[in-house]
Design a protein around this ligand. Sequence first.
Ligand code: ADP
Length: 182
Amino acid sequence: MDYHFKDMDINSVIEDVKNALSVLVKDKGLTLITKESEELPKINADSQRLEQVLTNLVSNAVKFTPEGKSIVVKSELVNAKDLKCEDCFAPILDKLEGEYILVSVKDEGIGIAKENLLHVFDKFAQIENSLSRKVGGSGLGLPIAKQLIEAHKGAIWCNSEEGQGTTFYFAIPVVTELQVIK
Ligand code: ADP
């Protein structure tokens, strides 16, 4: 895959995806709420690739959330040491250091059982439940998202309560002065 990295603002990606998916969200009777932190530092990223990742996460949230509920997309600045996750993702988060832009997509959908959390990033994974089978899909969205985020030296993971909802997170390193000098 080829990448076009440049210094960019994550909130423009969130706005583009919100606009692109507004009809899908409305047709399903859902509400998409965005909570964008203002004046976030820039990241060095491929905006189209991040759009691809966020589109996948929001489309999944739409698929697995019943009518009348909300999806919240949020951007914030975090330090890696303050990130929390389920034990299965700890080895992934332990590799992160310093400041990151964290994007989260929170839904109020069917959720994912704890034992399946890590496996949704495996190729062709489709959790055995009637809804996954009914709505269909390639089972490739999340493995590709993982590949794209890792190309940004970032991380992607999720947390969920079955029957309550799921939150997907991805973190992209902030551009530091040191990196610019190098
Ligand atoms: P697909 O194209 O099948 O949706 P993905 O790789 O995007 O492929 O997702 C893999 C599987 O992970 C889905 O089939 C579903 O079982 C589960 N999944 C992904 N996102 C969610 C979500 N927001 N809520 C519940 N289950 C999810």
